[in-house]
Design a protein around this ligand. Sequence first.
Ligand SMILES: Cc1cc2nc3c(=O)[nH]c(=O)nc-3n(C[C@H](O)[C@H](O)[C@H](O)COP(=O)(O)OP(=O)(O)OC[C@H]3O[C@@H](n4cnc5c(N)ncnc54)[C@H](O)[C@@H]3O)c2cc1C
Ligand SMILES: Cc1cc2nc3c(=O)[nH]c(=O)nc-3n(C[C@H](O)[C@H](O)[C@H](O)COP(=O)(O)O)c2cc1C
Length: 791
Amino acid sequence: MSPGRVAARIAVIGAGPGGLYFAALAKQLAPDRELTVFERDAREAESGFGVVFSDETLDGIARADPRVFAAISAEFARWSDIDVRYAGEVRTSGGHGFAALDRNRLRAILRQRCAELAVDVRYRTPAPPVDRLAAEYDLVVAADGIHSGTRAAHPESFRPDLDQRHCRYMWLATDKVFEAFTFIVEQYDFGVLQVHAYPYSATRSTFIVEAAADAWRRAGFETLAARESARGESDLASVRRCAELLAGHLDGHRLIPDASRWIRFTTVRNASWRHRNVVLLGDAAHSAHFSIGSGTKLALEDALALAAALSEHPTLDEALAGYEAERRPVVESTQRAAQASLEWFETIGRRTGQDVDRFAFNLLTRSRRVTYGNLRARDPAFVDAVDTAFGGSPGVPPMFRPLKLGALELRNRIVVPPLATFTSPDALPSGFDRAQLTGHALGGAGLVIAGMTAVGPEGRATDRCPGLWTDHQEAAWRRLVDAVRAVSDTPVGIQLTHAGRRGATAVPGPDGIGRPLAEGWPLLAPSALPWDAGSPVPHEANDVQLAAVTADFAASAERAARAGFDVLELQFGHGHLLSSFLSPLTNRRTDRYGGPLAHRLRLPLEVLTAVRAAWPAGRPLLVRISASDWAPGGTTEEEAVAICRALAGAGADALDVSTGEVVAHQRPPYGRGYQTPFAELVRTATGLPTIAVGAISGFDDADSVLLAGRADLVAVGRAQLYDPLWTLHAAAERGYTGPGVRWPEPWRAGSRKPPGPNADRVAPRLRLLREPPAPVHRRWSPPRPGATPEE
Ligand SMILES: Cc1cc2nc3c(=O)[nH]c(=O)nc-3n(C[C@H](O)[C@H](O)[C@H](O)COP(=O)(O)OP(=O)(O)OC[C@H]3O[C@@H](n4cnc5c(N)ncnc54)[C@H](O)[C@@H]3O)c2cc1C
Ligand SMILES: Cc1cc2nc3c(=O)[nH]c(=O)nc-3n(C[C@H](O)[C@H](O)[C@H](O)COP(=O)(O)O)c2cc1C
């Protein structure tokens, strides 16, 4: 197949970086192709500011079109440091690798490349209506930016989702030339202002000022922004106020506006990027918050993938499908990181009590992609300093530091969370429970918690869950705890629950949800609302039944203490009985147990108080909550905080912060560490230790969570089912042999990581002279006038 056959005539809407780069590459691959780019603005229309790239994107550009790469790299400002300026101090993390240039220069270089390749770029020419273009050309590439008219013309095909965020931000430039990527976080009486600044030439830096909506209003910006001004004009009053507020960081330099006004970031997502022979590219298809600096990168990468797909596939349909299939996962992954980053900045006020070292570390790991290990590999001294500031010794990973909970000292910060085995048809702990708990206790975690265990026969979630309401069960648990103790001194906990309306199901299927049993048992709930359409309707519990539930919890807690458990966890999350009292979606009562939060809290607090009295004082009592229902009208962040404060007041020693499973129609944004922000929220608001849980599977992620101060303990569930020796292996992997982990004596011979399959392959030298390692700290220092850029 000859390149260009599938799309011989292509129209491109928009001469931004995405449109121009695509046009140049598509023409380069098939010089016979006819390519027309429509751009409504004038060629010379210039907007200020710079674009910044990471090393990774540059590799792609370098290989796809070396001429463009050579031209843009000749103009790069390059550096490797990130400075965090906060509370009057600066912390610097090195080894990152950035390159930036003037947006206008990038466009000019791409324009020049298009001219060399005879691409027909028509400036001052608004594109004809997209349907007309689609009829006239084989392919229409809509690279028409974040406000894409093409996207708006066919919402039925693209199905766009525009998520406008509440922070306000303003793009500005300054003639202060920063030496590094610089985050400025300043606390004022009205709240926090943050600045994202980076150099992009010998004379300019980009300077983006951002504030959460409430701080922005209190600072008076709302009033300033409300003044009338013509399109394209800047909000000069706000610019002046920013310059005054941030004068300490500008060293007498100016803020330079260019159509600068307060705007709100919109995350653009589209269910499909295609409408017949029209395809979206760049910002038209997706946007990612500027704090991870990747809008231009994504647009250029899209251009690369689309041009390649047109050459690689035999039909246009397959090419467009191939383009979307290749790009969508990459884009969605970037958008998840960008989402975490924008939410971090939206809630920055939660962290401004942190010490500067921890704050800087927290900021740098905000997207959950940059980790403890990444930062250490790039700049060990930076991470050592943060480690030391938090009572660690350099080289001791945060997960291997001890923690005192009540009178109990945990050897390290890793928890095996409750992981039900569903192996108890007789409601007694099974042989598998014994094997699993023993295995996990030997596996190195600081605390192991047995899965959900019912406080009464009707509180079982499934017909294969164990219980703790009879002497027989208590004795069986005692034998199990003794068996664990015989081989390990790891503390062991148990989670007590009443499953409420989530009871009487079969063992959960691959989706984690148990289907109702054909012959179940009566279910108890705050209101007579079934879990799902096919689920049985629960009974609305009366006062007598509620008092019985409280008494059952207290009695089971006493049994758990006698059975020898070190830690007790109460299940107040995941839609179980106490959780469904807390959530407004499941509790519709109008008595003193329903309605306002204080009422919805009543039963959980009665249970907690009764259990606290029944459970030995020095032994830790944990409570698991669902901090979000992931459904409209569910528990809000403010309510989650109020719930946790109340639980702290009633005697919880730590909070195990999970989310969801409260209603069947939930929509959780699953992803790496997605529940961790709630652990951080609760920890900051209550001062109680928190356990972060949910999709934290790498030890590096666990270390990042801990050192950033997002949680005090990290629960690793499925990854410890995959590898019950997860914690021991994390130690071996890093050569850690200190007191934070103990290899079982009989296994000591295996305490070093075995050599891999290629261990005896020794690579010969492949270069005459090795390149010296790049310096950790490289700062932007503009070339002297007249010097060549690399001088
Ligand atoms: C001030 C500023 C600074 C930025 N800095 C960075 C940065 O540092 N790093 C980074 O990665 N990203 C940055 N971005 C984001 C980045 O600019 C965009 O993600 C990127 O430009 C997207 O490229 P694009 O080609 O998809 O769209 P755009 O660059 O928005 O280009 C779309 C083009 O389409 C044209 N157009 C729209 N409708 C029509 C029509 N009907 N007919 C003809 N023409 C039309 C527009 O005039 C425009 O020229 C910045 C954005 C702004 C606004
Ligand atoms: C097999 C299995 C059983 C579970 N059992 C329980 C349980 O009994 N009680 C509970 O609160 N959570 C239970 N969970 C949820 C986990 O404790 C944990 O919150 C969840 O798996 C998310 O962590 P992860 O991503 O590290 O696996 C279970 C999860 C799995 C996979």
